[in-house]
Design a protein around this ligand. Structure first.
Ligand SMILES: [Zn+2]
Length: 114
């Protein structure tokens, strides 16, 4: 199972996926040519509004914090989704109220690149 398969596109879209990668450098005599790959190199993947996948590298010193942040996000997201599932009527009512409350203050929607 690849790391990609463990994360839904939904999660990717909302905060990105923090994943470790292992690479071959290509030098024929290197240990990686015998299967001992270099890494882990950590990256954050995310999708933009158009669905394109982006990647940015995460410094080694920041990898553990990034993984922890993502775990926390996923747990909070699960709680939120469970709440929505169990209270969808109330949730929809609240969402409508919030929309009405913020509507007068909203800027017109941006079009094109930001
Ligand atoms: Zn190598």
């Amino acid at each position: 199972m690849s790391a990609r398969e463990t994360l839904s596109d939904r999660t990717l879209h909302k905060m990105g996926a923090v994943l470790a990668g292992f690479v071959r450098c290509g030098k024929p005599n290197c240990r990686c040519a015998r299967g001992q790959l270099h890494g882990p190199y950590w990256s954050r993947y995310w999708r933009d509004a158009a669905g394109r996948l982006h990647r940015s590298y995460i410094r080694k010193a920041e990898a553990a914090a990034a993984v922890k942040d993502q775990q926390r996000f996923r747990e909070a997201d699960q709680v939120f989704r469970a709440f929505k599932r169990d209270n969808w009527r109330e949730f929809r009512r609240m969402r409508e109220e919030i929309r009405k409350m913020v509507a007068p203050y909203q800027l017109p929607k941006q079009r094109g690149n930001r």
